[in-house]
Design a protein around this ligand. Structure first.
Ligand SMILES: CSC[C@@H](O)[C@@H](O)C(=O)COP(=O)(O)O
Ligand SMILES: [Zn+2]
Length: 218
């Protein structure tokens, strides 16, 4: 399917979703210092060919402008003529789409996701067990345990992107970059938002748990 074959309404719906999510996350201070990026996929998916709308690089994500988003293909190349540059981390979005076939990916930098990814960075995953919000990932076992993968935060984004396919756990819709932030995804914007909120709850819980544990051993 060529990009021009994708119905205009689908493209407009993706941009509408991005606008709403961007405003909501900005109100939560989830885009400090222009950090963070968002994408929503459009059209049919095959691992060889897909398209998505992504935030333009380096923008202040707390304001709306006519130059906030552009469409790119499975390799991160713009699908239409544009002067905009896709997010510097577009290749990471490409690898997540290719591997999972998901419909939306949201990336934010928070103090909690940075601290917890660094604390567990050496072991390569953040453990989480018995936290109610794990059910947001459609995991319903009592006392369920999950591992949220943590990748090194190389300056060279293609070097990170190539690690993504093997790092992902099919049951866990998120991956952390150490001391950087999280990528969370879902079948659509609603689900990606739900997953991101659940991860952030788990990170804040885990951080406070570590503090309480340390206080109780004093
Ligand atoms: C200005 S700090 C954040 C960036 O280095 C990057 O990690 C980020 O999330 C935003 O990059 P962007 O190219 O705007 O999508
Ligand atoms: Zn980032």
């Amino acid at each position: 399917m060529a990009f021009s074959d994708i119905p205009l309404e689908q493209k407009q719906a993706a941009l509408h979703d991005l606008k709403e999510i961007k405003a909501l996350f900005a109100a939560r201070s989830w885009f400090p210092g222009t950090s963070g990026n968002l994408s929503v996929r459009v059209g049919e998916f095959s691992p060889e060919q897909f398209y998505f709308a992504v935030t333009a690089s380096g923008k202040d994500k707390s304001v709306h402008t006519p130059e906030d988003y552009l469409f790119v293909d499975q390799d991160g190349a713009p699908s239409e003529a544009t002067g905009l540059k896709p997010s510097a981390e577009t290749l990471i979005h490409c690898e997540i789409y290719r591997k999972t076939g998901c419909g939306a990916i949201f990336h934010v930098h928070t103090i909690d996701n940075n601290l917890i990814s660094d604390w567990y960075g050496e072991q390569g995953y953040v453990p989480a067990q018995g936290i109610e919000l794990i059910k947001a990932f459609n995991i319903w076992d009592e006392d369920a345990a999950i591992r949220i993968p943590v990748l090194p935060n190389y300056a060279d984004i293609p070097r990170i992107a190539e690690l993504v396919p093997d790092a992902l756990d099919p049951a866990v819709p998120g991956v952390l970059l150490r001391n950087h932030g999280i990528y969370a995804w879902g079948k659509n914007a609603f689900e990606a938002k739900k997953h991101l909120e659940a991860f952030e709850f788990i990170f804040e819980y885990s951080y406070r748990r570590l503090l309480l544990n340390a206080a109780s051993t004093k």
